[in-house]
Design a protein around this ligand. Structure first.
Ligand SMILES: Nc1ncnc2c1ncn2[C@@H]1O[C@H](COP(=O)(O)OP(=O)(O)OP(=O)(O)O)[C@@H](O)[C@H]1O
Ligand SMILES: CC(C)(CO)[C@@H](O)C(=O)NCCC(=O)O
Ligand SMILES: [K+]
Length: 259
């Protein structure tokens, strides 16, 4: 079995998937790697302690498809000998604009490959993005806002009195909306407005495309899906959560040849 990896470089961390031919075996997240760790991995992949290492034989260097929205990280990984950097030109979507993030293009393409078009993707990452395609795989556009952690950090960093709070101490319990202490007021403000944004974009999407699919991915997708299922169970049930969405369409990219 020949193994290759896909690496999506986000603004907070790395997202990985292991593939055997076009089959996605397994996906996981990690912190950023140092240049030394990358060089070590190129020479001796088993040394990285990847959890797939025991199932398959790892040839050095393991082929690696990279999608990055962080130029400094792209530079670092360009030193890796068996990499292919994915670009918008590889993604078979029409009407992409030149500065569209490759993660948004790939995640949308992944959603089309797994759910079909038309589809709306909600990526709850460092930035939270909405990105939609019509039934002809044409990008309709979308929106970008600060994600959950970024909102918490912005409040804590740019005010004197507001602390950095844990967003939801109990995943199964939405905070009271009308809070009477500071940490709960922050949780309420961020969570209820994010849920409102999500519902507003989703409702607009379903007006436009009543049979359209909706996919949710990103580091905060579990929390947001759980919170939404308490607030709006019918909408939550329509939303397909898939942490590996960005990887689903990589084997079906343009000119794809397993690197
Ligand atoms: N270990 C972690 N590091 C960073 N964020 C985490 C972690 N665990 C959970 N999160 C949550 O995940 C969110 C970031 O999501 P994700 O990891 O998908 O972002 P990213 O892919 O690095 O960023 P982007 O795609 O927007 O550039 C944060 O808002 C945070 O609440
Ligand atoms: C919006 C983010 C940060 C989400 O990861 C990324 O897709 C990006 O840097 N995009 C560039 C701008 C755009 O997509 O319009
Ligand atoms: K920036």
């Amino acid at each position: 079995m020949s193994l290759w990896l896909a690496l999506a470089i986000g603004n907070s961390r790395l997202h990985w998937a292991a593939f055997s031919d076009s089959r996605l075996l397994h996906n996981w997240d990690s912190d950023y790697w140092t240049a030394a760790a990358i060089a070590q991995f190129a020479a001796d992949p088993a040394s990285a302690g990847l959890s797939i290492a025991s199932e398959v034989s790892l040839q050095a260097p393991v082929p690696l498809a990279i999608a990055s929205v962080v130029p400094a990280q792209t530079d670092l990984w360009q030193q890796y000998p068996a990499q292919q950097i994915l670009t918008l030109a590889d993604v078979p979507l029409a009407k992409m604009y030149p500065t569209l993030g490759i993660d948004r293009a790939l995640t949308l393409w992944g959603a089309i490959c797994s759910l079909g078009a038309p589809v709306l993707v909600i990526d709850a990452g460092t930035a939270l993005t909405f990105t939609a395609a019509d039934r002809a795989n044409t990008l309709l556009g979308g929106a970008i806002l600060p994600g959950l952690r970024l909102q918490q950090q912005a409040l804590a960093q740019d005010t004197a009195a507001l602390p950095l709070v844990a967003l939801q101490p109990d995943l199964n319990l939405l905070p009271p909306r009308w809070a009477t202490d500071t940490p709960t007021a922050i949780r309420s403000g961020i969570l209820y407005t994010l849920l409102a944004s999500l519902q507003d974009f989703a409702c607009d999407w379903l007006l436009q495309e009543p049979e359209g699919a909706i996919a949710l991915t990103g580091g905060d997708s579990a929390l947001l899906h759980q919170a939404l299922s308490q607030q709006n169970p019918a909408l939550a049930a329509r939303i397909h959560r898939d942490p590996a969405l960005i990887f689903r369409g990589i084997p079906a990219l343009r000119n794809w040849s397993l690197i």
